[in-house]
Design a protein around this ligand. Structure first.
Ligand code: ATP
Ligand code: MG
Length: 423
């Protein structure tokens, strides 16, 4: 027996029906903000991420699925999509188009982490990127997309945390100030943590190690180290959030795991998720364009974990009932061609298929009327159409409404009309 790869889940039909409902709603929300979908490959050059996400991040150091293909190319499964979107943005010269690019994506990401509730090795993200503006109001808009999603699904017990990572100048000054402080406490750090202090001291603020919490609590805060440009940006973001009546908490220890962030960073956390509490997170990445060898390209984005969203929805969301289903059944071999034709006539009716979303099946397997009805009941069919020799002779069919326990013998060409009246 083969089994799925650990941490990479199969989604069976009863699950995918829920996913599809959620995905459709998410897309509608993104469209309402004038975002358009971009689809980039799941496989990218390995270097794209070492370069963009950063050599000293967990993703690049520990979590990437990397391989060499038969042509000796160094490739990987994408661990996130911001770098891919920005690659495509420059490669296809979207920077030459008028105005701001508002892009979203939805799809699987790959990270080799320890699988647990809300943490997989293949997981799915919805993400949005607004590329080409440094306006703090875009930061607030980005955050409000995340919140509108939360509102639309009635997600309970959420906290929005925001912070600023300042501009490059601020971070440079703050980084060394923080490093000096942390090194004074170097005895408390393990060897790995000490390496982090040297390579990426801001990430230490993110540490869950209980022994470090007091040190982190007393550490200098970036919100106190902002230069005037950075402070102004952060003030304006907060003004815009207040105008949008968004409730938030400033968490000066929120640093995010990727190297490319600057200015605004944010996380949406949910009580109901235990240790994997962050549903969605993002931030500004004005410096990433330059890392790609392009001009200054202000941009901001977020990514939301769909598995975590689905977990929250288990507690707060009622899914739409399954679509009504009609099953056709030939009483004898001779009626099979007619049944096939009739079923297709229904499928061709656009209003039945697209607005009512009727599903049309044919039950060849049943041996008798009784067993056909039993099977139809079991799979939750709403209607059954029976065609036997008697009906066929008259050009009629028998239509049964299983929900209402009613039954009619009607001319076959009245079927579409009758179904429309009954649903
Ligand atoms: P975490 O701190 O939980 O590892 P992260 O900071 O690595 O999250 P991001 O890279 O910001 O996560 O990704 C955005 C969102 O994607 C997360 O908030 C989370 O909802 C989801 N996510 C990240 N990694 C995983 C994973 N391995 N399994 C499921 N969802 C994930
Ligand atoms: Mg992570």
């Amino acid at each position: 027996m083969f089994r799925n790869v650990k941490g990479m889940a199969d989604l069976l039909p009863s699950e995918t029906e829920k996913w599809q409902q959620v995905e459709r709603r998410l897309e509608r929300i993104l469209h309402s903000f004038a975002y358009r979908q971009i689809r980039t490959p799941l496989v990218e050059p390995h270097e794209l991420f070492t370069h963009a996400v950063g050599e000293h991040t967990d993703i690049v150091q520990k979590e990437m699925y990397t391989f060499t293909d038969q042509g000796d190319q160094n490739l990987c499964l994408r661990p996130e999509a911001t770098a891919s979107v920005l690659r495509a943005y420059f490669q296809h010269r979207l920077d030459q188009e008028a105005g701001l690019q508002r892009l979203y994506y939805m799809g699987p990401m790959y990270r080799r982490e320890r699988p647990q509730k809300g943490r997989l090795r293949q997981f799915h993200q919805l993400g949005a990127e607004a590329i080409g503006s440094e306006d703090p109001y875009i930061d607030a808009e980005m955050i409000s997309i995340l919140l509108l999603i939360a509102k639309s699904f009635s997600l309970p017990d959420l906290v929005l945390e925001i912070n600023t990572l300042g501009d490059a100048e601020t971070r440079k000054v703050y980084r060394s100030e923080l490093q000096t402080y942390l090194l004074k406490h170097s005895k408390a750090f393990s060897e790995a943590e000490l390496t982090r202090v040297h390579q990426n001291p801001l990430r230490v603020l993110d540490s869950k190690n209980p022994a470090l919490q007091d040190i982190i609590l007393e550490a200098p805060m970036i919100t106190q180290a902002l230069n005037s440009k950075s402070a102004k940006h952060f003030d304006q973001v907060q003004e815009a959030l207040q105008a949008l009546e968004v409730e938030y908490v400033v968490n000066p220890k929120l640093v995010r795991g990727l190297d490319y962030y600057c200015h605004t960073a944010f996380e949406l956390k949910a009580e109901g998720l235990g240790a994997q509490s962050t549903v969605g997170a993002g931030g500004r990445y004005d410096g990433l364009g330059e890392k790609f060898g392009q001009g200054q390209t202000p941009a901001i984005g977020f990514a939301m974990g769909l598995e975590r969203l689905m977990l929250l929805l288990e507690q707060s969301w009622t899914y739409a009932p399954p679509r009504p289903r009609i099953d056709f059944f030939a009483l004898e071999e001779e009626q099979k061609p007619s049944v096939l034709r009739l079923a297709n006539r229904l499928r061709e009716d656009q209003s039945l298929i697209t607005s009512i979303r009727l599903e049309v099946g044919v039950l060849w397997e049943a041996q008798s009327v009784k067993s056909a009805l039993r099977l139809a009941h079991k799979q939750g069919s709403r209607f059954v159409v029976l065609l036997g020799p008697e009906e066929e002779k008259k050009g009629h069919i028998t239509l049964k409404d299983l929900q209402k326990s009613e039954q009619w013998m009607i001319p076959a060409d009245q079927l579409v009309q009758r179904i429309k009246e009954k649903i």
